[in-house]
Design a protein around this ligand. Structure first.
Ligand code: ADP
Ligand code: ZN
Length: 305
């Protein structure tokens, strides 16, 4: 057993296909980590509990656990459903008290937020948003999602925001595309610009489209529309774009250029000392954002209650 003077916190990245558990110091080293496939709730949450039992034996008590969860999940603290998975087609998971199960398994208090809000916490404090209090983190992958931070706090309304379903104008040259959102077809950004939208439109995965493919011009334009809407609504100093599709590094310059075109001189960034290169930036923590953010969530919860 270690006698570390620092408190150890737990992190759980609860993904639709894989769970990652970790133990460590926020912003610092991890002392244990494990990952396994997401199966049934019983089996998966038992593996989480096993991880923390072993972690406790080796490293001592866990101060608190932070969970970044796949959605939909109830994340408003104090709400009767807080910590439960909401209506989902994922077999067996609807209504599961993922927060309570993990907290009991770890013998520690636990807090939960969406995977994207937790990644936002990680990137805002230790990644591409470090030093900024007003940050948006967007993931462009299988779906599109975003977490908003204003004055250092994550923004919620009656539920967490659903930025992926923001409606954006469709481009005339894209008229033939029906979109892929099950709810909105081609009317929302997820329907037009998620990884599956690119696959549906071009007949191959986005990772196979060469940088000179015309599809990237459209993609940049759609992502720029998303950025305009975020800017005029929240005025973030930084918009971090992550997720599989943003592995295409050439997209960033194109998004910035389209953003300037769409704004057409509106918003005087220079007056606020904001350069476009620092406004729209790639994620820095990559696959680590979830664990890094979950440790932050755990510490926030333990220290603020
Ligand atoms: P998820 O959203 O499922 O958590 P990702 O963020 O990795 O996972 O997103 C997966 C999507 O990203 C897929 O639609 C895939 O086609 C796309 N993708 C993955 N790698 C790349 C790449 N290098 N370039 C462009 N698109 C990519
Ligand atoms: Zn939609």
């Amino acid at each position: 057993m270690s006698n570390s003077p620092h408190s150890l916190y737990g992190a759980v990245e609860a993904g639709g296909t894989k769970f990652v558990c970790a133990l460590g110091e926020p912003g610092g080293r991890l002392v244990a980590e494990a990952s396994f496939a997401t199966t049934t709730p019983d089996e998966t949450l038992a593996r989480v509990a096993d991880f923390f039992v072993e972690a406790r034996v080796r490293h001592g008590a866990v101060a608190a656990v932070g969970i970044g969860s796949f959605g939909p999940v109830h994340v408003r603290r104090g709400a009767p459903q807080y910590g439960r998975i909401a209506r989902t087609p994922k077999p067996g998971w609807e209504g599961v008290d993922i927060l309570g199960e993990i907290s009991r398994g770890a013998c520690a208090p636990a807090a939960i937020d969406t995977d994207v809000n937790v990644a936002l916490l990680g990137e805002a404090r230790h990644g591409a948003g470090a030093g900024c209090d007003d940050v948006v983190y967007v993931t462009v992958g299988t779906g599109i999602g975003a977490g908003l931070m204003a004055n250092g706090r994550i923004v919620y309304g009656f539920a967490h925001p659903e930025v992926g379903h923001m409606h954006v104008p469709k481009l005339a040259e894209d008229a033939a595309f029906a979109g892929v959102c099950a709810f909105h077809g081609d009317r929302c950004i997820e329907g037009l610009a998620s990884g599956p939208a690119l696959r549906e439109r071009w007949g191959t995965g986005a990772e196979n489209l060469p940088p000179e493919h015309h599809g990237w011009t459209l993609q940049a334009r759609y992502l720029a529309a998303l950025c305009v809407n975020l800017l005029v609504t929240c005025a973030p100093r930084r918009i971090i774009l992550g997720g599989g599709v943003m592995m295409q590094a050439h997209l960033f310059a194109r998004v910035r250029m389209s953003l300037c075109e769409l704004l057409n001189g509106y918003l005087d960034f220079a007056a606020y000392g904001i350069g476009l290169d620092e406004l729209v930036v790639p994620a820095r923590l990559g696959g680590r954002a979830g664990v890094v953010g979950a440790l932050e969530l755990a510490r926030d919860f333990a220290t603020a209650g």
